[in-house]
Design a protein around this ligand. Structure first.
Ligand code: ZN
Ligand code: ZN
Length: 138
């Protein structure tokens, strides 16, 4: 995999480096991931726990564990709210939110999981027109 794979949160306070093999890439459409992301799905890359090193801002990182589902958690930057890499509930995998990476990780999504739970508007969003930036004013 890429030797210089790095990532950061939106404000840049939390930054990290990834080394080693990326083992999976899942788009999760479950209702928890919709709530946690505020979007249609999360895009999570999996790697071994030791493969992610927080370079800066570790003191800004807070973990949230869902009380009703101990295996569901996330870490985020307390300054900007971006999700950042976190250990899964079982403690055997590091989850890298793909959108926080600075460059192409090489690996590609392997599955859309919890597909029946996808947002009712998801398919329409995929099919909607593609624009360079904002929709030009009419
Ligand atoms: Zn931040
Ligand atoms: Zn999910």
């Amino acid at each position: 995999m890429s030797e210089n794979l790095t990532g950061s949160c939106l404000c840049g306070e939390v930054s990290y480096e990834v080394t080693g093999e990326l083992k999976g890439f899942m788009m999760c459409h479950c209702s928890r991931c919709q709530k946690a992301s505020g979007s249609a799905h999360v895009a999570n890359i999996f790697t071994a726990p030791d493969n992610v090193k927080i370079v800066s801002g570790e003191d800004q990182v807070k973990r949230y564990n869902l009380a009703s589902a101990p295996t569901f958690g996330k870490c985020f930057c307390t300054n900007c709210g971006s999700v950042v890499p976190y250990l899964n509930g079982a403690g055997n995998a590091m989850i890298i939110p793909a959108g926080t990476l600075d460059s192409d990780p090489g690996i590609r999504p392997q599955a859309n999981i919890f597909w029946p739970n996808r947002a009712s508007w998801y398919d329409d969003g995929v099919a909607a027109q593609h624009c360079e930036e904002y929709i030009p004013k009419a």
